[in-house]
Design a protein around this ligand. Structure first.
Ligand code: DGL
Length: 288
């Protein structure tokens, strides 16, 4: 009987975010695709991306993508940051030579599947909401749906500090989410990958009738589909060790990141990119 030999590609998948937020996507990827090795970059030296001009975020995304492709040798890129995906997805798709997946469209698809009354809310950073990326995607995918968007400045900073359920977060959430409560959305898309870490607070404020949707799982399904259709799947039987890189404090990244992601993140390595507002260059640094 003929033996079927299928090719495997054990190169890693690159994932990046401004900080801890993309770990929500990394979690979904590890759970769905345990044979795939991840190299994760948290650009914590330059977070938050949300208040920065789109051109600056685009430059950061290009630097990180270049590092992941040229230095880490990734076979695919996951832009696990809505702000960076809103600013740079097309540029990365055109320029980095490997398949690129973002979080905006997968997240929106999941919210559109979930809504019962066609009233969907999206919350994200100032950069994401101002870019109009969700509004454009919704016009294309489901023009009949009533989409209400709200920026939530400050949420990312709470998560990066490790504060996900204090009274202060609650007070801020009450203020920022009240317009969405008033329009009566039935589904709320967490359009920033940091926000699932605030899900308990957000759910508390929005009420039990509102369904919260994260982009993480749907993005992981998209990644699987692309790896399969392009013949890039790794050996599913292996259990690779993932690599986590941070441009900021690596000890804090390992400590807080381990709490948020789980035991796969036990240590973080240093990586250096161009400083905020300056030109680019990247190189891997020593372990931290
Ligand atoms: N996780 C990023 C996002 O999804 C946060 C951006 C930031 O650093 O402000 O938009």
């Amino acid at each position: 009987m003929a033996r079927v030999v299928s090719a495997v590609d054990d190169r890693p998948v690159g994932v990046f975010d401004s900080g801890f937020g993309g770990l929500t996507v990394a979690r979904a990827l590890i759970d769905l695709l345990p044979g795939e090795q991840l190299v994760y970059v948290g650009d914590t030296a330059r977070y938050p991306y949300g208040p920065r001009p789109a051109a600056e975020v685009r430059r950061y995304a290009e630097e990180i993508a270049e590092h992941l492709v040229a230095v880490e040798g990734v076979k695919m890129l996951v832009v696990a940051c809505n702000t960076a995906a809103s600013a740079a997805l097309e540029v990365l798709r055109d320029g980095c030579g490997v398949p690129v997946v973002g979080v905006v469209e997968p997240g929106l698809r999941a919210a559109l599947d979930a809504t019962r009354q066609g009233r969907v809310g999206v919350i994200g950073t100032v950069g994401t909401i101002a870019s109009g990326s969700y509004q454009r995607a919704a016009r294309e995918l489901a023009p009949e749906v009533e989409l209400s968007c709200a920026a939530c400045p400050g949420f990312v900073e709470f998560v990066e500090r490790g504060d996900t359920d204090s009274d202060q977060v609650h007070v801020l959430a009450e203020r920022l989410l009240s317009p969405l409560r008033e329009v009566g959305v039935d589904t709320l898309l967490l359009g920033c990958t940091h926000y699932p870490f605030l899900a308990r607070t957000i759910a508390d404020v929005m009420g039990r009738d509102v369904l919260l949707v994260s982009s993480a799982e749907e993005t992981a399904f998209d990644v699987r589909q692309i790896l399969e259709s392009t013949g890039l799947r790794a050996d599913p039987a292996r259990h690779p060790e993932h690599r986590f890189l941070s441009s900021g404090d690596t000890a804090w990244f390992a400590e807080m990141g381990g709490r948020l992601l789980g035991p796969e993140l036990a240590r973080a390595h240093a990586v250096t990119f161009g400083r905020a507002g300056t030109g680019s260059s990247s190189r891997a640094g020593p372990t931290g």
